[in-house]
Design a protein around this ligand. Structure first.
Ligand code: SF4
Ligand code: SF4
Length: 96
């Protein structure tokens, strides 16, 4: 099955999250205000980037797959600060 044929609910049901207190990804929403392309919104498989009516971006790190797509695709320097979650926290992939 192709990745884009899997429903959002099925995709999310394959993972567990142990949420860390520290955000491993931070988004500078002031920089995002001048972004017209919004690659993060399209690319994030967990739908964690949400555009707001006033031109901003809401971001929540808690259900992040740690895939790195947002960091790789964002073309505005400094908009995304990335690090891995602290040990014992973050995503855990389950089989089946
Ligand atoms: S994170 Fe990057 S791609 Fe997403 S809105 Fe901000 S500047 Fe644009
Ligand atoms: S690393 Fe992947 S899952 Fe996490 S916020 Fe970025 S695109 Fe979304």
């Amino acid at each position: 099955m192709r990745y884009d044929e899997i429903s959002f609910e099925d995709r999310m049901s394959t993972v567990n999250f142990r949420v860390g207190e520290r955000a491993h990804i931070e988004v500078d929403t002031e920089i995002c205000r001048s972004c017209t392309t919004r690659e993060c919104v399209t690319a994030c498989p967990a739908n964690l980037f949400v555009p707001t009516n006033d031109g901003g971006i809401l971001f929540n790190y808690e259900q992040c797959f740690e895939c790195g797509s947002c960091y790789l695709l964002c073309n505005k320097a400094g908009a995304i600060s990335w690090s891995y979650p602290d040990g014992g926290t973050g995503v855990a992939f389950r089989k089946g």
